[in-house]
Each structure stands twice: as C-alpha cells, then as structure tokens.
Design a protein around this ligand. Structure first.
Ligand code: NAP
Length: 243
C-alpha cells in the first residue's frame, strides 16, 4: 500500500518534525499550514532534499470548505489518503477561566477540536484497511491547565473522547485511531501563550527535569501510525517527561 499522510499544521514545531520523519520513512506527505507559507515551503524543501515526497497546502482546518479542498488536493496529487495526523492547534495568552471571553473559548474549540472531527470525517471516507490516525492531544487534557488555558485543556479533552469513540467505530475496518499527549515541548507555541520561556521555567517541576523536543513527539506519532503498532488502538501515549 502506498502510504499517503496528511499532517495538519505541519509548517513548524511538532507537525514539521513529524512531516520530515514520516517522509524519511517513505510516506508521501501533505504539509498543511494555515498562514505561514514560508515555513511550510521550508519543510517541503527539506523533505525533497532528503529524497522524499511532499507538497504544501494552505487550509484553515477549522473551516469545512477548506478541509474538503485539502483532501481533494491530496487525492489528486498522491491518491487515497492512508494516514492522518491531526496536529494543528492553538492557544491564547494565559488567563483564568473567569476572564475568558466566549469568542476565545469558541475559537479554541473550533480550531483544536472541530478541525479534528472534520479531517477524520474526510479521511475515513476513503481510508483503506490498515490505515491509521493519530490525534495530537495534550497533557493539558489530564492536568486541566488551571490559571493558564482551561479552554485549551477542554478542547484536548474533547479530542481524547473523539479518539476513543472513533477507534471503536473503525476497529472492524482495521483502521486504528490513537492519540499522543505531549507536554512541555520546546516550540514557538508557548510564545503565543504569552510566555516564550515557559518550558524552561517549568523544567525543575518535570520529573525528567527538561522540556521535550518536537522530534521526541514525532517518534511516538510515527510508531503509532506504523504497522509496529498494529494491535494498538483507542489509546494514548503521554509524552510529558513523567508529568
Ligand atoms: P506550533 O509551533 O504553534 O504549531 C502549530 C501549527 O498549527 C502552526 O504552524 C499553525 O500553522 C497550525 N495551525 C493553527 N491553526 C490552524 C488552522 N486553523 N488550520 C491549519 N493549521 C493551523 O505548535 P506545536 O507546539 O508544534 O503544537 C502542535 C500540536 O501539539 C498542537 O495541537 C498543540 O496543541 C500540541 N501540543 C503542544 C505542546 C507543546 O508543549 N508545544 C504540548 C501539548 C500539545 P501556521 O503557522 O501556518 O499558522
């Protein structure tokens, strides 16, 4: 089976590391991005330089029409999607729940969770037996992110439920659905949350005493997608240094 993977939000951070790793393992990769075209181009260039196959596609995956266009482009370019990584996600400045606006809460939910639903729905319309989905959830779904971003934690909690339910719906088609739950990974996302050095500040409280790298998350995503994980579905890998 030719392996064709869609990775949402793959222009930087965990998505970019996953795109580069999966391409090196023989997947044809769709590098989805929303706004930073130059980042996505760099990921594609790196993959092509290494002899892999990739193309970049701009889509806001919280918008249904964009997701339809994304999957149609992949079908035209590489054929049937066999694997999916729902990685796109956002958070906003640290805040207590009392100070959250309904607009912000809904924006986080639609970007992190509705996008996952939409991409899963389009992927499983065509995904063959042996296909697999990995959702990039967060340790926040377990920890709750009090005083920081409960909206974000709740969006990831919903993603966890979606992961479990969809894994059971798809088990008899031999399509596996799992999630990774990273925490404290060194990426630019923390600057969006208002604290560029958040991972360094929290490192002493992490049992392994350091933040993680995007590549360490990518390794678990690649394993869950692979046939090495052929008896693993509906489950979660926590990648948070022991937290
Ligand atoms: P990141 O560097 O901010 O990357 C996230 C990417 O998502 C961005 O490149 C962005 O694309 C894309 N994106 C955002 N909204 C989108 C939309 N509506 N449609 C399409 N793409 C969209 O973050 P990261 O740290 O690598 O995080 C990746 C995933 O891991 C997220 O789901 C995050 O919640 C999760 N995670 C991260 C950590 C951590 O410590 N870093 C911990 C737990 C979970 P553009 O750049 O093109 O706008």
């Amino acid at each position: 089976m030719k392996k064709v993977v869609v990775i949402t939000g793959a222009g930087r951070g965990i998505g970019a590391a996953t795109a580069i790793l999966l391409a090196s393992q023989g997947y044809a990769v769709c590098v989805n991005y929303q706004s930073r075209a130059e980042n996505a181009k760099q990921v594609v260039d790196t993959i092509e330089k290494n002899g892999g196959q990739a193309f970049a596609f701009a889509a806001d995956v919280s918008i249904e029409a964009d997701v339809l266009a994304l999957f149609s482009a992949v079908q035209s370019k590489y054929g049937t999607v066999t694997h999916l990584v729902n990685n796109a996600g956002i958070l906003f400045a640290q805040s207590t729940l009392a100070n959250l606006s309904v607009e912000r809460f809904n924006k986080v939910l639609i970007t992190n969770t509705t996008s996952c639903f939409l991409c899963c729905r389009e992927a499983i319309r065509v995904m063959p037996s042996g296909g697999a989905i990995v959702n990039v959830s967060s340790a926040a779904s377990r920890l709750g992110a009090p005083g920081e971003y409960i909206d974000y934690a709740a969006s990831k909690g919903a993603m966890d439920s979606l992961t479990r339910g969809l894994s059971l719906e798809l088990a008899d088609r031999n399509i596996r659905v799992n999630a990774v739950r990273p925490g404290f990974i060194d990426t630019a996302m923390h600057a969006d949350g208002g604290e560029t050095n958040r991972v360094a500040r929290l490192a002493p409280q992490i049992p392994l005493k350091r933040g993680g790298t995007p590549e360490e998350v990518a390794n678990s995503i690649a394993w869950l997608l692979s046939d090495q994980a052929s008896y693993v579905t509906g489950t979660f890998i926590d990648i948070a240094g022991g937290k």
